[in-house]
Design a binder for this molecule. Structure first.
Ligand code: AMP
Length: 294
């Protein structure tokens, strides 16, 4: 495995492309966990060269957010990357990517950037889109691997790549969870013991919506209500407070009233002082619970 600066990386991927090798990009903010490793594994299985980027991108953090205290451990990340079979690691400093300070040029992602996570984190998805396009230019990947854990980010990246004709295939990878259902996240390191014990109710609540949809429930209001009632009935008080629960179109993140065949149920919550997000996809089983013949 080689750790490269931007010129070294550009030279390496150009040589690979000339030799006909396929390049898979796994963009991360580091503090790697099994969720990141699953992306690396999928890229390793599908591409000749795997590029891992580690960059805590200031453009996607609000002023009051956790940019400064975001967990970082580059040595450990490099060990995990090497074990996962990564070929090239690119872990630039902020000044390497933004030599003139935060750039005035930003990608405007439109309405998808203003709902759900975007409503709570103004400018977040513009910052995500901007850094992703920079990373796509710097690494020229054939494929880039993103986790479904960040479903809205995935939708934003797919939209940007389609709208700006970026020649990269976006590959979505399943959410990796702890044994008790909590979605793995670098931010789980912030959870105190009580909040950590409370947090798995989020996935239980999402699962109840998923099961109801599979049994034929089409009403977005009722699916949202189910999620809220599972969380409320856990009686966790201030240890776990939902910020939003939305039933959305997976591609546009537009809220739905009625689920036709496929939707994403997405939520955000505060577990103690830690903000968590999670989501599940729901698929309606045709004709179940509708009284119609199968
Ligand atoms: P991050 O370092 O949090 O920016 O995440 C980097 C990539 O890993 C993103 O595409 C995330 O969606 C993905 N990722 C983070 N957590 C998980 C998880 N638990 N399961 C699968 N992918 C994940």
């Amino acid at each position: 495995m080689q750790t490269l600066d931007r010129d070294g990386l550009a030279a390496a991927v150009e040589a690979d492309r000339c030799a006909g090798r396929t390049i898979g990009l796994v963009p991360t903010m580091g503090f790697l966990h099994e969720g990141h490793s699953s992306l690396i594994r999928q890229a390793r299985a599908e591409c000749d060269r795997v590029v891992l980027t580690i960059f805590v991108n200031p453009l996607q953090f609000g002023l009051s957010e956790d940019f400064d205290r975001y967990p970082r451990d580059l040595d450990r990340d490099l060990r995990i990357a090497a074990e996962g079979g990564v070929d090239y690691v690119f872990s630039p400093e902020v000044a390497d990517l933004y030599p003139n300070g935060e750039p005035p040029t930003r990608i405007d992602v439109g309405p998808i950037g203003e709902i759900a996570e975007g409503a709570f984190r103004p400018g977040h998805f513009s910052g995500v889109a901007t850094v992703c396009v920079k990373l796509f230019h710097l690494t020229s990947p054939h494929r880039a691997y993103f986790g479904r854990k960040d479903a809205q980010q995935l939708a934003v990246v797919r939209q940007v790549v389609a709208d700006l004709d970026v020649p990269v295939e976006i590959v979505a990878c399943p959410t990796v969870r702890e044994p008790d259902g909590l979605a793995m996240s670098s931010r789980n390191a912030y959870l105190g013991p009580d909040a950590r014990r409370a947090a798995p109710v989020l996935y239980r609540a999402l699962r109840s919506a998923q099961e109801a949809a599979a049994a034929g429930e089409r009403s977005a209001d009722r699916l949202r209500g189910l999620v809220e009632s599972v969380v409320a009935s856990a009686n966790l008080g201030p240890l776990l407070r939902l910020q939003y629960v939305l039933v959305v179109n997976p591609a546009s993140f537009e809220p739905m009233n009625t689920v036709k065949d496929h939707a994403t149920v997405a939520l955000a919550a505060m577990a103690g002082s830690t903000r968590l997000i999670d989501n599940v996809d729901v698929l309606l089983t045709p004709n179940v619970g509708t009284g119609q013949p199968a």
